[in-house]
Design a protein around this ligand. Structure first.
Ligand code: GLC
Length: 639
């Protein structure tokens, strides 16, 4: 379709702002990423013509020329060590700027805290200018080139990114690319009758086509935003709104939308952002008769955008936020001829769901089965592992997986909703039901880690408190040892409970996800030494982080394997590394369990040493090791 020499000619013609060395480097990188770029752009067929290619090159050259010295140095570092994000030294933290530290400058004052905790990756929740009022937690962006005014300015963002980098922490930010706020300039102009911008959105004059789409479309927010289209008076039509009615989906089939986002991506890269979280990426491409998620074009577009970022700003990598079923997940890291070319990182939603499921059921068989079925990811990529984030937990349990282990998928999902809402008899959890959908029976769950793990309900009962603490640390041990970047949700390190006042803030009252988005309790952090529960959780998680960083087996390039389940309450995982394997055993129950030492020996661990307790493991007379309630072992061979 495109001719490389012709595009190189565009580079020379448009590249007046670059000095000759920069121009050479640009051309070299263009050459390297050419196949990815053109492969991805095929989505647009002939509509991405030479004229558009020239405009694309022009945008790229502009940002290449404006990239700062510091960021060029970062680019060089990343090119030399492209696997930097796979290191076992990586540990993430995710938070809202205002809830954590007031402003962007306030975050600077907390860098010591993050550094002491061992954090190397900081995801700051949406901070660009949102629409006024309810903005879906900032996911309805009005202006991608401005910071929300109460948090600071673009200059503050740049300063923060640089200050973090000096301490070895990469700044991660959201890129909301499926939709914009209806107050965004593009939407405003479309409403004013500008046809160019009308084509940025998916607008239908009547219900005919929307009704056809609706037949196979699920609802993301059935409670507060039923349906996927919203009628707009000024547009005189139905506009596609997958999420809230104020979040207008973009028409990614329009190459002008693509070019507009290239500009946004590169401008954020030049502010020093190192990882972009591609929000709701699964929804980008619509196809009649499907659920309009995970379409092949989504991956192609991502490949092209990533190639562009690699050419201009190799210091930037992409993370997919695709909360999709296990069968669709790996494609975001690339499968087949796309292997390793799509995103660098992707959230492991299945792992998160299975962890909560295993602990509720005290049974690992479904989790082990589901996880073992996920095909290996591209070796150059990494999972984001997490236990909680700002969103609800949706029970993405596959019916066939459930059936394979003798469960009924629907019944198990119902059990999990009942268990984590606390309705199930004997449940230790205290969560809230989010977006109950009577049609599908889905009941998603909101709630903080500590509350879902039993700390709320434990009250002052010492034994129940012990169990809740053990459960929290055990769950975290799984995300720390699974492989990939474990991301801690703010406040989990000091066991913040559900925020009972969540509905009191204006605009939050209808969305109970705010129950697990509390303000950071710095008093609790600072006084942790005087509070036994906080201290035990904090030191427990910190210990996991410290030990994680000492284990080469936790490099994300090493693949995880699920071993045969021997005891239904023990999840056995292994990471085979040339320096020796790491075997992970997690007891998801409050019972004492036993595990045959022969399993360790058969996997090359002749002298089993638990890296977490720094103790050799001994078996009893019958050849079994004893595993305490919620105990987790990270076992290596040590002479
Ligand atoms: C992502 C966000 C979620 C938001 C949605 C729409 O899934 O995590 O909070 O509601 O995208 O932007």
């Amino acid at each position: 379709m495109f001719d490389l020499p012709l595009v190189e000619k565009f580079v020379v013609e448009e590249g007046g702002s670059l000095i000759s060395q920069e121009l050479d480097l640009f051309t070299l990188r263009l050459d390297r990423w050419w196949d990815d770029l053109t492969e991805g752009l095929k989505v647009y067929g002939d509509s991405f013509d030479d004229e558009r290619m020239r405009r694309l090159i022009k945008i790229m050259i502009k940002y290449a020329g404006e990239r700062s010295e510091e960021l060029r140095y970062l680019d060089e570092e990343r090119v030399l060590r492209p696997n930097w994000f796979q290191s076992e030294k990586m540990v993430g933290y995710a938070t809202y700027v205002d809830r954590f530290a007031g402003t962007l400058n306030g975050v600077q004052d907390r860098i010591d805290y993050l550094d002491d905790l061992g954090i190397t990756y900081l995801h700051l929740m949406p901070l660009l200018e949102p629409r006024p009022g309810d903005s879906d937690g900032g996911y309805a962006v009005r202006d991608y080139k401005k910071v929300r005014s109460d948090l600071g300015s673009m200059e503050d963002l740049e300063d923060l990114a640089s200050a973090l980098r000096k301490r070895g922490i990469s700044l991660v930010m959201d890129l909301v690319l499926n939709h914009v706020a209806m107050e965004h300039d593009w939407a405003k102009r479309a409403r004013e009758g500008d046809v160019y911008y009308r084509d940025f959105f998916l607008v239908y004059p009547n219900r005919e086509i929307p009704d056809q789409y609706e037949k196979s479309l699920p609802e993301v927010f059935p409670d507060f935003a039923p349906g996927n289209f919203t009628f707009d008076e000024s547009l005189e039509g139905w506009v596609w709104t997958t999420f809230n009615s104020f979040q207008w989906d973009l028409n990614w089939a329009n190459p002008e939308v693509f070019l507009a986002f290239v500009d946004i991506i590169l401008s954020l890269a030049n502010r020093g952002v190192e990882v972009l979280r591609l929000d709701a990426i699964a929804f980008l491409w619509k196809r009649l008769g499907t659920d309009c998620q995970n379409q092949p074009e989504v991956h192609e577009i991502t490949i092209a955008l990533r190639a562009i970022a690699r050419i201009v700003a190799p210091g930037l990598i992409f993370k997919a936020e695709a909360i999709v079923g296990p069968a669709d997940l790996v494609a975001y890291l690339g499968v087949g001829h796309n292997r390793g070319k799509v995103c660098d990182l992707a959230y492991h939603n299945s792992l998160m769901v299975q962890i909560w499921s295993m602990f509720a059921a005290r049974d690992v068989r479904l989790g082990a089965f589901a996880l073992s079925k996920i095909p290996p990811k591209a070796p150059t990529s990494a999972w984001i592992t997490y236990l909680r984030c700002h969103d609800d937990i949706g029970w993405a349990i596959d019916d066939l997986d459930a059936k394979s282990v003798g469960l009924d998928g629907f019944a198990h999902r119902k059990f999990l909703s009942d268990f984590y809402s606390g309705e199930f008899f004997g449940s230790y959890a205290e969560g809230l039901v989010f977006q109950a959908n009577p049609q599908t029976g889905d009941r998603r769950i909101s709630g903080s880690t500590a509350s879902l793990a039993g700390l709320n309900r434990a009250g002052k009962d010492g034994q129940l408190i012990d169990l809740a603490i053990a459960r929290i640390v055990a769950s975290y041990s799984l995300i720390m040892a699974f492989g990939g970047i474990p991301v801690m949700w703010m406040g989990d390190e000091v066991a913040l409970l559900n925020d009972d006042h969540w509905a009191e803030e204006l605009g939050h009252e209808g969305d109970n996800r705010w129950v697990h988005r509390p303000k950071m309790d710095w008093h609790r952090v600072e006084n942790r030494r005087n509070d036994e529960v906080t201290m035990r959780i904090f030191t427990g998680l910190k210990h996991l982080i410290d030990v994680r960083k000492s284990l080469v087996q936790l490099d994300a390039a090493v693949e995880i394997e699920v071993l045969d389940v021997i005891d239904p309450s023990i999840l056995p995982l292994i990471r085979r590394h040339h320096e020796g394997s790491l075997l992970i055993l997690s007891n998801v129950s409050e019972g004492i369990r036993y595990y045959p030492i022969s399993e360790l020996v058969n996997n090359g661990i002749a002298k089993p040493f638990d890296a977490l307790s720094s103790k050799y493991l001994n078996s009893d007379r019958n050849g079994y090791i004893r595993i305490e309630p919620y105990e987790h072992l990270w076992v290596i061979h040590k002479d």
